[in-house]
Design a protein around this ligand. Structure first.
Ligand SMILES: NC(=O)c1ccc[n+]([C@@H]2O[C@H](COP(=O)([O-])OP(=O)(O)OC[C@H]3O[C@@H](n4cnc5c(N)ncnc54)[C@H](O)[C@@H]3O)[C@@H](O)[C@H]2O)c1
Ligand SMILES: O=C(O)C(=O)C[C@]1(C(=O)O)C=C[C@@H](O)C=C1
Length: 361
């Protein structure tokens, strides 16, 4: 692929454009808000000048409700050899395109399984898709050339292609993306009216669970409107678990020992099923879940502290697999959790202690 046109230069469009531009593709940027295309161009994602003629690939990265019209306009203008979108739902946009009577041989619906709770071009980054699944939903009618262009895009973004049927994709993301978004929002909504003294105690658990509650509600109304049935199905399973859990907790308040025992079993059941589900979540680059161990290090909130700790881990010859930072509320300090292979824990701990770091067990 030599040229591409990205339509919609928000988080996802700009991230794809940055990855392509960084690997030598000439990328043209278009957004219905020209300021956004200019911003994306200013951070190195390409040019906001229109292309002279058809490009190799058009990438439509606009909210799901606008995907079909943006694609139809580009296709009718003969903008490219191939067209794809990156929307979080796949069945609806395809059916809308079919209803518009377009020839869909040059189109493929795709979805990178990577994102952020932030929107807009400034949230974009070239490495957003690295090692993440990128779903492709070709049909029997999809041109091989277009499938190959999509595969090239995925490879240039260093993502991992996964081929699926559009409706099967929508059922899968109802489980792994759309229901989690709603549950995160519901937990975060409890905080809205909460007492300030309770909110001050927020630790890493609630930060993890509510990160995506900061996502753009308009985008999510669009996504959920295009996938209501499968999400309602998953959520009704969650509702049954919630009912059981409330019953179990009420039983724990009872004076009757056998009822209390039933309550303990009910709670343990949901927690154990949670352990089993969590153990199935794939690790980095789609590998099996990694059993990393955590080395927790206290750091002060000064510039360069993180870089210093990474450099010291490097000197110890230890590869940091993942990292989390827990800020202490109201303190000029935080805890850095370095995730490493179990065999590296002893050497990393000793080496960091030797260099003056305070390790927390
Ligand atoms: N945010 C995520 O985590 C994520 C992950 C994977 C896929 N997606 C999908 O990617 C798409 C873009 O999401 P985003 O997070 O980048 O949103 P965003 O709000 O950051 O960007 C969307 C951009 O599209 C522009 N736009 C809207 N309508 C347009 C139109 N008709 N023509 C041209 N530009 C238009 C907006 O001005 C905006 O700049 C959505 O379809 C979303 O479902 C999002
Ligand atoms: O915010 C994130 O971390 C995300 O990855 C967001 C996420 C997801 O649920 O995985 C959200 C919607 C998208 O369609 C793809 C990615």
């Amino acid at each position: 692929m030599r040229t591409a046109l990205v339509i919609g230069t928000g988080l996802i469009g700009t991230s794809a454009a940055l990855a392509l531009a960084g690997r030598g593709v000439v990328v043209h940027l278009r957004d219905h808000d020209p300021e956004r295309a200019r911003t994306a161009a200013a951070i190195g994602a390409g040019t906001d000048e229109p292309p002279d003629g058809p490009v190799d690939l058009v990438i439509v990265a606009v909210p799901p409700a606008h995907v079909a019209t943006a694609l139809a306009d580009a296709m009718r203008a003969g903008s490219a050899r191939g067209y794809l979108d990156v929307a979080s739902v796949k069945g609806g946009p395809r059916r809308e395109l079919e209803a518009l009577g377009l020839d869909l041989t040059s189109y493929i619906g795709t979805h990178p399984m990577s994102g952020k709770e932030r929107s807009g071009p400034l949230a974009g980054s070239a490495d957003l898709f690295e090692g993440r699944p990128w779903v492709l939903t070709p049909t029997r009618d999809t041109d091989t050339e277009v499938l190959n262009l999509a595969l090239e895009l995925v490879a240039l973004c260093r993502a991992v292609p996964v081929v699926m049927d559009a409706d099967a994709h929508d059922r899968a993301v109802a489980l792994v993306s759309h229901t989690p978004q709603l549950l995160s929002s519901m937990v975060a909504a409890r905080l809205q009216e909460a007492d300030e003294t309770a909110v001050r105690l927020c630790g890493q658990g609630i930060r993890d669970v509510t990160r995506i509650a900061a996502s753009d509600p308009r985008m999510w109304v669009d996504i959920l409107s295009a996938n209501p049935g499968p999400v309602a199905d998953v959520l009704s399973g969650v509702a049954a678990d919630l009912d059981e859990t409330v019953r179990a907790l009420r039983a724990l308040q009872s004076a009757d020992e056998s009822k209390r025992q039933g309550g303990v079993e009910g709670i343990e059941d949901v927690l154990r099923r949670g352990n089993a589900g969590r153990a199935r979540v794939p690790g980095k680059h789609g590998a099996g879940p990694a059993a990393y161990e955590i080395v927790a290090v206290l750091i002060s909130d000064r510039p360069g502290e993180l870089a210093r700790i990474f450099a010291d881990a490097g000197r110890a010859g230890v590869n940091i697999e993942d990292v989390r930072i827990e800020h202490a509320t109201g303190q000029q300090a935080g805890l850095v959790q370095l995730m490493v292979e179990p065999s590296a824990v002893t050497i990393l701990t000793a080496s960091l202690r030797e260099r003056g770091w305070s390790i927390r067990q």
